[in-house]
Write a protein that binds this ligand. Structure first.
Ligand code: SAH
Length: 253
């Protein structure tokens, strides 16, 4: 059995019961060093195997190999295991063996859009899309086009991988594209280290966000034209009806 487990943003409380059971059922837990260190204290009796950050393919192959040796393996990812996670890579690598495919279980987790959104308020209550600013696997032109289409269609944008040492100015670039279509006052937010030490959330304008430096442990939210800052909470109304009703009520008075 090979579980691909999304363990949520970082705290034990935000893991699903299903994820906890999958980890308890495993005898070997494989993951990126930082995540292994995070999880180890919760499952002290388990064996762990840690690999370096960029070796994702090697990590998946290692997990598959251990499973084929007869171990019950859990490959851990932060957040959700299918959202910018390793589930797709494992399936691609396992495609050669149908029996192996049947022994793979994807266990979902609370993705950063959901856990970060909860800390900010309720930014994703209407249509939204997620974009990763990492150009390791996606051409920069495609990333820019997706940001542009989202801003043009007034869709809330949730940005994963907003920054890295080599891409320090990518968030600025994304904000500049958004500013072509959205007001500088558009309500935005970012959340850093969700569920981990150093957790930090901020609500700010699009113009302020453009001039903000964030790191790779941050998730960024760009609101739509209806998103509001309600006493420091980033809130996107669920639709247009309530506002229309309020305007109509005002007209009647
Ligand atoms: N599978 C993960 C996403 C992995 S991509 C998920 O579903 O959440 C890595 C990006 O996710 C980071 O650059 C950051 O934008 C976001 N992220 C993951 N964990 C986070 C956390 N604890 N706090 C803030 N952002 C996080």
């Amino acid at each position: 059995m090979l579980y691909i487990v999304g363990f949520g943003p970082g705290g034990y409380e935000t893991m699903t019961v299903e994820a906890v059971r999958a980890l308890e059922d495993s005898d070997l837990i494989v993951g990126y060093t930082t995540y292994v260190d995070l999880i180890r204290p919760w499952f002290p009796e388990k064996e762990f195997l840690a690999t370096a950050m960029k070796q994702e393919k090697e990590r998946c192959l290692l997990a598959i190999q251990k499973e084929e040796d007869g171990r019950k393996v859990a490959l851990v990812c932060s957040g959700d295991s299918g959202i910018y996670g390793m589930a797709s890579l494992v399936y691609e690598l396992a495609a050669r063996d149908e029996a192996l495919m049947k022994r793979i279980r994807v266990i979902p987790g609370v993705t950063a859009a959901a856990s970060g959104g909860a800390l900010l308020g309720a930014p994703l209550s209407h249509d939204f899309l997620t974009v990763s600013l990492s150009d390791l696997l996606t051409p920069l032109e495609v990333i820019k086009k997706r940001i542009r289409c989202a801003a043009q269609s007034d869709t809330v944008i949730c940005i994963y991988n907003p920054s890295s040492r080599k891409r320090g100015d990518y968030l600025r670039m994304a904000c500049e594209i958004a500013l072509e279509y959205l007001s500088p006052d558009t309500v935005c937010g970012y959340v850093k280290n969700i569920g981990r030490e150093g957790e930090e959330a901020a609500v700010l304008t699009l113009e302020e966000l453009r001039d903000t430096q964030v790191d790779m442990f941050t998730t960024v939210f760009i609101g739509n034209s209806h998103t509001r800052n309600i006493h420091g909470k980033m809130v996107t109304p669920r639709g247009y009806r309530l506002e229309e009703e309020a305007a109509a009520a005002q007209e009647r008075t």
